[in-house]
Structures are given as C-alpha cells and as structure tokens.
Design a protein around this ligand. Structure first.
Ligand SMILES: [Zn+2]
Length: 136
C-alpha cells in the first residue's frame, strides 16, 4: 500500500501545483524516483497511471513519465562526490539488490572510490518528487 500512498501524494501535489498555476487540466507529469528509493515500480506505475487519473477529471488523458534520479554521495573525509557506479562495491548482485530495498545498507556496502572511507552522505537518490508539470 506504500506505493498507493506515494502515488496519491504525488497526484495531490500535482493538483495543488496546477491549481496555483491556473492549470485546468494536467497534460503531462514527469515524476522522478530516486535510484535507492524503496518502491515497487510496477505497482507505483500502475497506481499513478491507471488508478489516480480514473477518478480525477483534471488528469483525463494525462501522460505520466517516470524518471530515475541517480544516487549521488559525498564522502565526508575527502569531499569527493560519487555515484553508485563509481563506488568500489558492491558488485555482487544480491547486495546491490538488497540495497535498493534497504538504502541504509548503502553505508555498510559502499566505500568512497578515492579514500575508501565508508563515511559519506547521500545527496540524491532517495524519495519521489515531481520533476515537471505541463497543462492547459
Ligand atoms: Zn573519500
């Protein structure tokens, strides 16, 4: 039900934004999902594209696009910024799979590619946000 709640929150913000911007009908909505956001994409996609627009006239015929926001990290000791692909691990599929479900695991699995420190902050790659809204 997590995905439905998220989809509902996205739609609610989109409608609020449309209202403030004087948009009567949303034609296109781009939603960004963090690479490490814990979410069942198919369910979220379905909730967003099939269920929500069905009960909301302002979303009739809306085109919904899902984008992935790549995860970005910054090492605390050396200030190097890096992506998931640049880290020294995990290359193991099971671990990286698990990390997508439990983003906190990133700290246990990942190391800074420059100084190998496990002490870093996550700058991007979590959460769901609205990237853009088009309407008329
Ligand atoms: Zn570092």
């Amino acid at each position: 039900m997590h995905e439905f709640a998220l989809a509902e929150a996205v739609i609610r913000s989109a409608l609020e934004f449309a209202e403030q911007g004087g948009i009567a009908r949303i034609t296109k909505l781009v939603v960004r999902i963090g690479e490490l956001q814990t979410i069942a994409r198919e369910v979220f996609d379905y909730a967003l594209k099939e269920i929500m627009p069905a009960s909301e006239p302002r979303l009739a015929g809306v085109q919904i696009v899902l984008e992935t926001e790549p995860a970005r990290f910054r090492c605390r000791p050396c200030a190097r910024e890096f992506t998931l692909a640049e880290t020294s691990g995990p290359k193991d599929t099971d671990e990286s799979e698990a990390m997508h479900f439990i983003p906190e695991l990133a700290h246990a699995c990942l190391r800074c590619p420059r100084c190998q420190s496990p002490d870093f902050e996550m700058l991007a790659g979590r959460g769901v946000s609205i990237a853009s809204i088009e309407g008329e």
